[in-house]
Design a protein around this ligand. Sequence first.
Ligand SMILES: [Fe+2]
Length: 250
Amino acid sequence: MNPPLDPPNAALRISRRGESLGTENAFVVLAEVNGLVRQGRDIVSFCIGQPDFPTPSNIQDAGIAAIRGGKHGYTPSAGIDELRAAAASGMPVLRWLPQIAGDAAAFGVDLVAAVARAAPSLSWRQTYSAQELGLAFLDNYGWSEIFGDSGPLASERVACGFLILGPATHYPRHRHEAEEMYLPLSGTAAWQQGDAVWRHRPPGKLIHHASFEPHAMRTGASPLLALYLWRSANLAQKARLDDVAGRRQD
Ligand SMILES: [Fe+2]
């Protein structure tokens, strides 16, 4: 049985910590400013970030269109895909493009040069967050899909694109349901499959990862540009990182 409810006129008890809380001063200042404005004083108010100009009409229109377009709920925690793609177009890892394009040992020099030329206008993305792998990794990591479930060319079961890793970067051990192939185009990185020893794979050396096979890679002095292929019925899946903290010591 539930305990009886307190009568509505019972004294409300607040904890001592609760009673020690003060007032939000911004609202106190705002009230004073509004009072002076009502008295006719000419005041430029910077209170609580309120601008003194109306929202521009193009932003009003975009807001109305978004509401009428059904955008009422929460957005994905990581951000809207289109916004993430736009933000990624200036991704830090692209600073390695000149070094990638200048690699005399590249596999398919013309292809590498074409990718380097086109890269600034491609949409670059990142699978992981700073919380997962740190800012240093994100400054040296990015991929761009050419075809797949999110690339400019639609494909439901096979995705293809390019990965860039900056120098001295460790892409930790991870696995995914999708079968994966990499073709390094520029830069020699060390690769590990399962618990096998790390092997250096030069440009042109094809690498295959079976479904759910754990794998990792790390670059040396040169950045890596690699073409990747993913094959799966679920291209939207996210790779699962293994024990990152432990594997960073590999
Ligand atoms: Fe992978």
